[in-house]
Design a protein around this ligand. Sequence first.
Ligand SMILES: Cc1cc2nc3c(=O)[nH]c(=O)nc-3n(C[C@H](O)[C@H](O)[C@H](O)COP(=O)(O)OP(=O)(O)OC[C@H]3O[C@@H](n4cnc5c(N)ncnc54)[C@H](O)[C@@H]3O)c2cc1C
Ligand code: HEM
Length: 400
Amino acid sequence: MLSAQSVPVVEATLPAVGASLGSITELFYRRMFEERPDLLRTLFNRANQASGAQREALAGAVAAFATTLVERPGERPDAVLGRIAHKHASLGITADQYTLVGRHLLGAVGEVLGDAVTPRVAAAWDEVYWLMANALIAMEARLYAGAGVEDGAVWRDMEIADRIEESVDAASFELRRPDGDPTEPFTPGQYVSVQVELPDGAKQIRQYSLSSAPGRKTWRVTVKRERSADGRAPEGEVSTWLHANARPGDLVKVSLPFGDLVLPEGDSPLLLASAGIGVTPMLSMLDHLVETAAGRHVTVLHADRSPAHHAHRLEMEELVGRLPNSALHVWYETPGEPLTPQVYEGRADVTRLTLHEGVSAFLCGPLPFMQGVRGDLLAQGVGPKDIHYEVFGPDLWLSK
Ligand SMILES: Cc1cc2nc3c(=O)[nH]c(=O)nc-3n(C[C@H](O)[C@H](O)[C@H](O)COP(=O)(O)OP(=O)(O)OC[C@H]3O[C@@H](n4cnc5c(N)ncnc54)[C@H](O)[C@@H]3O)c2cc1C
Ligand code: HEM
């Protein structure tokens, strides 16, 4: 809870801080990486730094947190923080690192806003920072305890047991523990972080959703090779490296599973809507549903560029085929083959589907796809609380 003396100060300065958050977060990362260049090489995603996506996600989270604090000072707006805590846990972030981040973030606020940052203003924003930081530290401690590890001790060597080409640009990797023990449990929808050493010596980390059901001897991830979108931007560093180098028998550094987009137990109807490589968490959910909940109504929507781009296409058809109360609807921009009643041409259109009363929707794919589906679902009367989504990058919904 924000203290009574800080509420009016944060309220009065929120417009100025909010308007400068872009410059503040840019300066924050610059200053932090000047002091600790190793963090940019071994912990932070340098593509997200170069594109500005991580700055934007941080600014969006700080603005959403501070706004909620001044609007409802009695509450601690933890809802904004769940996704961040899971991401941090998958990276092994520890409480001591918050001091460094706080020093540079608050230093950047002072440097950008200059004289406007009086000692009273600095103290109020220090309080906002530590409310946020302590909430994250507490959530992350719970996640580490839940995983049965010391704070931050999430990294494991996993052996690639198998590699399968799943589409023109996606390959899956089965990962097993080198000691032969069963893989750790997870909930369908969760992801792991993978760290690889690139040719320049940088160790870069990316997240990959687990794409098969829990409780198996192996975890599976499916990685799309990220090509340059316009021929000028560089190719994706980690996915290109994995496609070029990762082979059965190799060891890779993988975190324990985390992630807050998870399949709810129970028998409520489900809509699983994915586009492109966003299919991965849905496959894990479907695989798990086949094992556990045969009677549940499940509507599956998938959009892709073409059948050749659709990773795990046959597997998806087979899994849906094994669920009695389920239906699969697929949209291809370029079908290149005769359409069937469940295969359509063009962009996905959820309004063509009959949704069951009380449906919970899970979305995964590019932001415009998810925003379109979400808008259509809201218009069809699905409640906002029943629409869940996973972004395969920094979550920029908060900053829009
Ligand atoms: C929770 C979660 C789950 C995920 N699950 C999956 C999954 O199951 N399968 C999967 O394939 N992916 C998944 N991802 C995405 C994955 O983590 C990576 O983001 C993806 O593989 C791309 O990483 P990369 O290193 O290959 O590309 P990066 O090197 O990170 O580059 C990403 C993009 O940024 C562009 N870029 C790089 N530098 C610049 C620059 N200077 N200016 C402008 N643009 C630039 C690149 O051209 C590229 O298009 C998931 C992400 C999250 C957060
Ligand atoms: C109150 C303090 C902090 C806030 C508000 C914060 C906020 C965020 C946000 C919003 C994201 C993006 C989440 C997403 O994927 O949508 C993120 C990711 C991340 N955070 Fe933090 N964070 C804080 C502290 C820290 C600390 C102490 C560290 C450790 C040095 C850290 C390291 C990272 C890393 C490495 C990522 C992933 C970056 C990427 O993939 O580009 N954060 N954080």
